[in-house]
Design a protein around this ligand. Structure first.
Ligand SMILES: *Cc1c(COP(=O)(O)O)cnc(C)c1O
Length: 368
């Protein structure tokens, strides 16, 4: 089987460094929010060029704590895309606010900034653009609308660590950026983890309190918060992975380029977009086809794994029923959700496996 992603191979490539880092933590006596977490926060803040990076328990909490730190809650509306992982809208609902969706662009699968303006009401407080599959959202257009209406911009960068938009790192463009270190993300650990990046001092301070039960001084609580902290073991592992991430992202790009070159004249499929003003980190390589089932079946018969990200748009999820959306409300997102499929993509995918995947896709196309 050629898997979509091969975490065993990824971590085997840094096995000894990880082992040393883990043993160092074991022997240190510090296990949660200790020196490794501080070091990781400093390195990420420096890399992105922001004043603060605050580690939390996972990417979903990163979004929840950020929304709350900006004072967003009951009665507020937050605009985002219906074509993303559920956590994006879940975080909005969690703080008591209402997710408002905007349809996507059919080629980039990103929130369509041209349709943003019409969704803004007196209740709108924030926009959460998602850098989906590793491709940065249209930040200039989004930011200019946000500035005009005095809205907070929170980048959901869970799938895009290291991606760059017009020379700015994602996570450093909006008012805050949220990252996930879930194992399958392009920068991930062997468990859960998340990070918030911001240059807003007040918001950073609030998040630092919120992640430890709303306390600045131990056992003195200014507000009810959360227990959302990063473990030292994960920070230590992430520090090792951070040294590899540019190389891993380059490998993903090389693989994507090879796929796109070899598949470019294949009938019945549309390949992922590359844009000249931003980089892509190919968290996923997603192909669009109205014959998705045929491609998936042939690939499966050839022992090649595929994945569907995402089969059901967020406005149609049972969990979002009370929002009152219906089929047809976001036709582009709905049609894309029926047509996209991801093929294997990870930094350690061999040329031989890539060639096999390409061969099967071309064969499937010939049979259409
Ligand atoms: C993974 C992901 C999240 C949530 O991150 P977790 O660490 O799994 O909580 C949020 N948004 C997007 C777009 C994601 O891909």
């Amino acid at each position: 089987m050629i898997p979509l992603i091969d975490l065993k191979k990824q971590f085997a490539s840094i096995h000894q460094e990880m082992k040393d880092a883990i043993i160092q933590v074991l022997e240190s006596g510090n296990y949660i929010l200790g020196p490794k977490v501080s070091e990781l926060e400093k390195e990420i803040a420096k890399r992105l060029g922001v004043k603060h990076a605050i580690a939390v328990g996972n990417g979903t909490d990163a979004l929840v704590l950020t929304l709350e730190a900006f004072g967003i809650g009951q009665g507020d509306e937050v605009i985002t895309t219906p074509f993303t992982f559920f956590a994006t809208s879940e975080a909005i609902t969690r703080v008591g606010a209402t997710p408002v969706f905007v349809d996507i662009d059919p080629k980039t699968f990103l929130l369509d900034a041209n349709k943003l303006q019409e969704k803004i009401t007196s209740k709108t407080k924030a926009i959460i653009p998602v850098h989906l599959f590793g491709l940065p959202a249209d930040m200039d257009e989004i930011q200019s609308i946000a500035n005009k209406h005095n809205l907070v911009v929170i980048e959901d960068a869970a799938q895009a660590f290291g991606a760059v938009y017009k020379e700015k790192a994602v996570g450093s463009i909006g008012d805050a950026g949220c990252f996930s270190f879930f194992p399958t993300k392009n920068l991930g650990t062997v468990g859960d983890g998340g990070m918030i990046t911001t240059s807003n001092d007040t918001v950073a301070q609030t998040i630092r309190r919120l992640r430890v039960h709303g306390s600045k001084k131990k056992y003195y609580h200014t507000e009810p918060g959360y227990n959302s902290r990063l473990d030292e073991i994960h920070a230590a592992i992430l520090l090792v992975c951070l040294r590899e991430i540019d190389h891993w992202n380059e490998r993903r790009n090389a693989i994507a380029d090879y796929y796109s070159l070899r598949l470019k004249e294949t009938n019945g499929i549309e390949l992922p977009m590359r844009m000249s003003d931003r980089s892509h980190v190919y968290h996923l390589y997603c192909i669009k086809s109205s014959n998705r089932e045929e491609f998936i079946t042939l690939l499966k018969n050839a022992s090649i794994q595929t994945g569907i990200y995402y089969p059901l748009c967020l406005h149609l999820q049972d969990a979002n029923k009370t929002l009152g959306y219906r089929h047809g409300d976001f036709p582009i997102a709905e049609s894309v959700s029926k047509e996209v499929f991801a093929i294997p993509m990870h930094p350690f995918l061999s040329k031989e496996d890539q060639n096999k995947i390409i061969k099967i896709i071309k064969r499937a196309s010939d049979q259409l």
